[in-house]
Each structure stands twice: as structure tokens, then as C-alpha cells.
Write a protein that binds this ligand. Structure first.
Ligand SMILES: [Zn+2]
Length: 326
């Protein structure tokens, strides 16, 4: 039986979306950054670094202890969470921030998620519960709905959740300890989420606890060392600042998962389906800081194709016999 519960954990969640121009910490420059105590590694907590670089006015460092590359001058958590709740899915002053047209790309996102799900299904033994953390408007949930008994989503944006168009159980708020029972999910989806997370160790530990012993965690995140990442240098799509706070490569994501009691069982290089229009505007935004750089006719702009963005699709399982604690 499917429930139609929409559970709002945070009654203060505003229903009216603001525009990113009201979020100078995000839409402006690094000068607006509210630095929280700088330097601490998101994974191991160490402040020792082995590499440092300034990119777009922000300081990016490598942790000497665990190797994670992370953003050192992060904006305050309250400010960034308010941005995700209220403005992330709306047009930005800086067109490279957030998703300017997230609600117009349902068809392409669902096609992308069908591809991702096809990588997960061969590894599954159970098809009961799916949990999509950072589910947005439920595009993955729509795709998974036909294959699983129950689908669950959680996101901080009430605006995005209000656009979920299937019967499922939704929560509005952050993914925190104790929201879901231990061993509850046969699939946990983390698509383009983990690079935003401030408390990496706790977050992955909780995901591991919620994952069924036979379940699979599917994680998609930019690979800063992909071919595209390497040739794009400082314009590497991993460095979407200040939204992204960790910049993973295959080694650091394996380490982060390993510390949470998870082991990688499969990995793929991946991308997404997109219209010519979408790619032209994202490229224009990233490279030229303008939305419309290519004067293409409408019938070409609407064409859909697959773009390998150099992201990593990682499938992980709990290490056998592992007792996970968040
Ligand atoms: Zn570290």
C-alpha cells in the first residue's frame, strides 16, 4: 500500500520561493562569504593541508590526513540551507548557480534516472523500499515507483517537493540521524548531493545505517579527475562554488564510503540526457557568464542527447558483518 503522506519536519519551511538575488553569499562573490571556522576537513576533521589553491575567490585545499579536497572558506550552514530551501531551483543572478530551469527538464532527468536505475537493478536482491535523499521534484522516484513496493523522498525544498507527481512518502528537511529505521532501504539514491554535504562522515554513516544489509547505495557525484575535469582546469564542473564543498576523485569517495562501513561494488563514468538548449545555456553560463550564447533555431534546441559529464556513478553495499552507526 502506498501512502500519500507529505510530512513537513520543519514547519518554518517557507512556501514562497525567493530568488537567489536575495542570497548575496551565494549569488555574489567570495567577499560575501561568511567563513565558519576555516580549515576543518569535512571527512576527518583535520586542519592540516597538503595543497592549496584560490579558485573564483575561494580557497580549496587538500587534507593532508585523508586526502579529501574541500572548500575551506565555506559559507555558514544556515545561509546555505536557506538558499537550498528557498532559491536553489530558481534562476540565479549568477547563472552557473543552482538550477535555473529544473522544473522544465523533467523528461530529460527521468531518462537519465532510468539509465542510473538500470545500473542498480542487477545488484539488487530486494525490491521493497527506495529512499531518494535530495529527491527534488521526485524525478527518480517517478522512475523507481514502477519497480519497488514503496518509494520515499526527502529534500529541503518545499517548492521542489510540491511538484512530486506520484503517491509516495515525502519529508521536507535535512537528512538527519534517526529519521528512518535501521536497514530500511533497499536502495538509497544520492544524486548530485554528497558534494554539498557539510557533515560528510555523519551523513554517510546515517545512510549506511538506514541501508538494508542487502541494499545498494547509488551515488552520483562529479569526478574532478575525469578527462573533462582535467581539461577544464579551474573551470572544472566540480568547482561549483560555494555550493559544492567536497571535490571527489575515485580514491576520496572510496575512502569516505569506507569510513561509513560501505564498500564499492561497481562504478561507472556517467553523465546525463539533456536538450541542446540546456547544454548551450549551462556552457554559456559556466564559460561566458551568459545564458544565451548560441543563436540556434528552436527545433535544434529541443533535441535531446546524452552528455558524459565525467561524473562517477558509484554503487556501494554495507561491508558484510559491519555494524554501522551514524
Ligand atoms: Zn581529512
Amino acid at each position: 500500500m502506498k501512502s500519500e503522506t507529505l510530512e513537513i519536519n520543519e514547519p518554518s519551511c517557507p512556501r514562497t520561493a525567493n530568488r537567489p538575488s536575495e542570497f548575496p553569499e551565494i549569488a555574489g562573490s567570495a567577499e560575501n562569504t561568511i567563513a565558519i571556522p576555516p580549515g576543518a576537513c569535512l571527512l576527518c576533521g583535520s586542519s592540516e593541508i597538503s595543497w592549496i589553491q584560490r579558485i573564483k575567490g575561494y580557497t580549496i585545499v587538500d587534507c593532508r590526513r585523508c586526502g579529501l579536497r574541500y572548500l575551506r572558506d565555506r559559507i555558514g550552514e544556515d545561509a546555505v540551507m536557506r538558499y537550498y530551501r528557498e532559491a536553489y531551483f530558481h534562476p540565479g543572478v549568477d547563472p552557473s548557480s543552482g538550477y535555473e530551469d529544473y522544473f522544465l527538464i523533467r523528461k530529460e532527468r527521468e531518462k537519465t534516472f532510468r539509465l542510473y536505475l538500470s545500473k542498480v537493478l542487477p545488484h539488487l536482491r530486494r525490491f521493497e523500499n527506495v529512499l531518494d535523499i535530495g529527491c527534488g521534484a521526485g524525478y527518480f522516484l517517478s522512475v523507481a515507483d514502477r519497480r519497488f513496493t514503496r518509494v520515499f523522498g526527502i529534500d529541503v525544498s518545499p517548492e521542489a517537493l510540491s511538484r512530486v507527481n506520484i503517491a509516495c512518502e515525502l519529508r521536507c528537511g535535512e537528512f538527519r540521524s534517526g529519521l528512518y529505521p535501521a536497514g530500511f532501504a533497499d536502495v538509497i539514491m544520492l544524486c548530485d548531493v554528497i558534494e554539498h554535504v557539510y557533515h560528510l562522515r555523519e551523513f554517510l554513516g546515517e545512510a549506511a545505517r538506514v541501508l538494508h544489509p542487502d541494499g545498494v547505495l547509488c551515488l552520483v557525484t562529479p569526478n574532478r579527475t575525469s578527462v573533462l575535469g582535467r581539461i577544464s582546469g579551474r573551470r572544472n564542473i566540480s568547482y561549483k562554488l560555494p555550493e559544492h564543498v567536497s571535490f571527489f576523485d575515485p580514491q576520496s569517495i572510496a575512502r569516505a564510503l569506507g569510513e561509513a562501513g560501505l564498500e564499492i561494488i561497481d562504478r561507472h563514468s556517467c553523465g546525463q540526457y539533456a536538450t541542446v538548449d540546456y547544454v548551450a545555456r549551462r556552457l554559456g553560463a559556466a564559460v561566458f557568464k551568459k545564458r544565451n550564447v548560441l543563436p540556434l533555431p528552436g527545433f535544434i534546441r529541443r533535441r535531446t542527447f546524452y552528455v558524459n559529464t565525467g561524473s562517477m556513478l558509484i554503487l556501494a553495499r554495507r561491508r558484510s558483518g559491519e555494524q554501522t552507526t551514524a
